[in-house]
Design a protein around this ligand. Structure first.
Ligand SMILES: [Zn+2]
Ligand SMILES: [Zn+2]
Length: 266
């Protein structure tokens, strides 16, 4: 495995409602794939409409991480991270939560808008393309300008539910909105995640798209983290070699295990 693919920064275990995989199985999968580091990013929800709301248990999670480190820590650097679902309605609550809980790495991600899951048909039904995407980019910019996150997860996640009848997603049409969100991300000192689950889900590219990654670079982005968004052991580090090679070709630095050093991400 190549040098840029040693750390998977987006892995869920059974501490997330939507994964049934034990943390140990994820660690073993990471070791088998030749990784030197894995960062768990369990879901933390703030929107009561989210089906995972209330599931996350910080103390149990921390105990689980300690057990995993005791077992695999000599060969695998294990990060205790979180994937926080941002909603602009709960900024103060999220800020309080992050101030009172310690993590090694925190991804800010969008999963819900108007109390609907944006990765599925329910958010798209009855809306025009304008009504789907404009609020999404606005919420993304709000997340960036909140300054809550140094890492922004799967930036164009909603494209997985883009209806085929609309034709391909038009990057040109939305470029200004996307640029504004990226500028807010960069102004807040954050970096984006390149999430390879887009390829796993058959979209042919990661989240975000290569066009958006190019724009990020053009606007001054220099580094990214890579994450597989694994929910099953066989997802770990999926497509890291091809995606990592392309990122390197573009001149973007792929952050490695040193990102999990204490204090690096604060
Ligand atoms: Zn997510
Ligand atoms: Zn995730």
């Amino acid at each position: 495995m190549s040098k840029f693919s040693k750390a998977d920064f987006h892995v869920h275990s059974s501490f997330s409602l939507d994964s049934m995989t034990h943390m140990f199985e994820m660690c073993e999968a990471a070791i088998a794939r030749g990784l030197t580091s894995v960062c768990f990013t369990e879901h933390v929800e703030f929107d009561p409409a989210d089906f995972g709301y209330g599931f996350f248990d910080y103390d149990r999670y921390r105990a689980g991480i300690q057990e995993a480190r005791a077992r695999y820590g000599h060969i695998l650097r294990i990060g205790m991270g979180a994937e926080v679902s941002f909603t602009s309605k709960k900024v103060d609550e999220i800020r309080d939560f992050l101030a009172n809980h310690e993590f090694d790495f925190v991804l800010g991600s969008l999963h819900m808008i108007d109390e609907l899951f944006i990765g599925g048909d329910e958010y798209f039904e009855g809306r025009t393309e304008e009504e789907v995407y404009a609020p999404y980019w606005a919420e993304l910019a709000a997340m960036a300008s909140s300054g809550l996150f140094k890492r922004i997860g799967h930036l164009d996640y909603l494209k997985q539910a883009h209806p085929p009848t609309w034709g391909p997603f038009s990057f040109e049409h939305w470029q200004d909105h996307i640029a504004r969100a990226l500028e807010a991300i960069l102004a807040s000192g954050a970096t984006i995640e390149v999430n390879t689950s887009g390829i796993r889900k058959g979209l042919g590219e990661p989240f975000p798209s290569w066009e958006i990654i190019e724009l990020y670079k053009a606007l001054g982005g220099v580094s990214v983290t890579m994450g597989s968004d694994a929910h099953r052991p066989w997802h770990v580090a999926g497509y890291f070699d091809i995606v990592g090679a392309r990122l390197e070709q573009m001149g973007l630095a792929v952050l490695g295990p040193e990102t999990l050093s204490p204090g690096f991400d604060q």
